[in-house]
Design a protein around this ligand. Structure first.
Ligand SMILES: [Zn+2]
Length: 186
């Protein structure tokens, strides 16, 4: 009985320490099998969109988990004007800003998943292909695909598996803007 209680205590302590470790991990680069805690306290009505994007990334990758409001590796903001963008301070850490004006033109879920893609290490690829998540606004307002391609998802999985060098993973402070809003034809 005592032994079992001890084992339970050890398991609980390990879980508690792991939770604390994740919470204080920012701004250290995320490591393999990382939990990325995203914070939607500033996301307003886009909090549920952030949750959908997190599920998409969790389903598409194999060694990272985006988890809501367990910390603030990633902060999500709802803004108006200025464009949507991501600021990546290191792999798995940073801030995402979603512009309500762009969200009124483009799929907000695609914007959200794209910008989170930058936090996960992906660059832009404005080739106009709707099947490519990181083509962003270049695929036009009619493109609502919110899913990364297999290649994009595999790239993120590789980054978080640590198969790229520390330099590659760390030297990626990044800022991106979704293409500016196209003026409607009147
Ligand atoms: Zn982008």
């Amino acid at each position: 009985m005592t032994s079992r209680l001890n084992r339970l205590a050890v398991a609980f302590l390990a879980t508690a320490l792991a939770t604390v470790g994740v919470t204080v991990a920012n701004p250290a680069p995320a490591s393999a099998a990382m939990t990325i805690c995203y914070n939607t306290s500033q996301a307003g009505s886009y909090a549920s969109v952030a949750n959908q994007s997190a599920s998409i990334w969790n389903n598409a990758t194999s060694n990272l988990t985006l988890s809501a409001n367990c910390g603030s590796n990633l902060r999500i903001y709802r803004i108006t004007g200025g464009g949507s963008y991501a600021v990546r301070t290191s792999l798995g850490n940073g801030r995402v800003y979603i512009d309500t004006q762009q969200a009124a033109q483009y799929s907000v879920l695609r914007i959200m998943t794209h910008e989170i893609g930058h936090i996960l290490g992906l660059p832009d690829n404005y080739n106009g292909n709707c099947a490519i998540l990181m083509s962003g606004g270049s695929a036009g307002t009619g493109c609502t695909n919110p899913y990364p391609s297999t290649a994009e998802a595999n790239r993120v999985t590789s980054l978080f598996a640590g198969t790229f060098s520390a330099t590659d993973r760390n030297a990626n402070v990044f800022r991106d803007s979704w293409p500016s809003v196209v003026a409607p034809v009147s």
